[in-house]
Design a protein around this ligand. Sequence first.
Ligand SMILES: *Cc1c(COP(=O)(O)O)cnc(C)c1O
Ligand SMILES: [Zn+2]
Length: 442
Amino acid sequence: MAVQTVANTASGESADSAAPAPDETGTPSLGAAVALSCRECGTRTPLGPSFVCLECFGPLEVAYELPTGDPEALRARIEAGPASMWRYAPLLPVPADVAGKPNLNPGFTQLVKADRLAAELGVTGGLYVKDDSGNPTHSFKDRPVAIALEAARAFGFTTLSCSSTGNLAGAVGAAASRAGLRSCVFIPEGLEQSKVVMAAIYGGDLVAIDGTYDDVNRFCSELIGDPLGEGWGFTNVNLRPFYAEGSKSLAYEICEQLGWRLPDQIVIPVASGCQLVKIDKGLRELVELGLVEDKPVRIFAAQAEGCSPVSRAYKDGTDVRPVRRPDTIAKSLAIGNPADGPYVIDICRRSGGAVEDVNDAQIVDAMKLLARTEGVFAETAGGVTLGVTRKLLDEGVLDPSLSTVVLNTGDGLKTLDAVAPSAGPSAVIAPSLDAFRAAGLA
Ligand SMILES: *Cc1c(COP(=O)(O)O)cnc(C)c1O
Ligand SMILES: [Zn+2]
């Protein structure tokens, strides 16, 4: 596919500030990114809105010339950077001046040292919750979208789009509004009201499709190939190689917040598997750059029982077989045909981790446990991750004596219905001391 270098005109800015200046070869400047390369066969393609290898149909990913030289100097440069994911701009496919452009500045969320939760679960090696509910649209999706936005600007797209299980649609809508692009996002019908409202409130177009997420995704792939979709950047389809890189920032932050150390174990929720694959990539880059000392990191994947194609394949030792009708309260993880499923299994096996799933009741229990012990209200996806953490500790698969990071990828306010039946007033009383005394709560 030809690289477009048309400037973004929708932002009302001059061509120079709206899109990075192309170099002599016509390639837009996206920082240390130098090409796209096939994850399967290694064939290289110029930077552009391509996502499939023309040789073998494997997925494309961003290839870099990462900074070389003194790790101390790079560490100091990162530490002096902005309190957002842009402190890692030298390691991401973004222009050097990205922090000065209109964007949501996501990232650098809290790493909560979860001592009370650790005591409850019997973890002695240090337990941490990486709380990505603190992002601008309250899920980790702001990270990949921020990278996709830069790619969209670089390639001259004027409409930002996506197929979404809910959180991505909101993140795309917000990012497009901040950047002055049009947005049109696609979701399956029947998502949580808060996610539908968040996807619509930023003023772009929201289209609900009568079908599953996988139907929505297929529809978007067709739209890209049609003149109807011309000028459209789909964050997780034709911009996917760039989008995906955003999740590396989670790995960078976790290690920096641990004092530039790798954790021993990390538990990550899996829908498409994109986030897990890129966290693994981010961890390895930190070692290659000399920013952290190498040691084994066991990577664990968490799914919801009602949509667990990766977990099933892992346990059965089979290929990943699509789930046709996902049925889980963890709707943000309800991808029946996960693109990165096989890679997730490889990474978990290679690293000495595992893939596990939990049911809806266990998800709710975990959401309540996290809120009660640490004051962190996670969405159902966070309940999946903590629920799986608890299950793997009980099964002796996770080692309680090792440092362990659990991801909370979204905000509990997005999935209120999951816990509303079991979280309400302890009592409803008249405004009198007698009534309060009678309620027995003093
Ligand atoms: C999208 C999403 C995930 C999973 O991301 P993948 O990269 O598709 O595996 C996890 N948690 C939340 C809250 C999400 O919205
Ligand atoms: Zn290939």
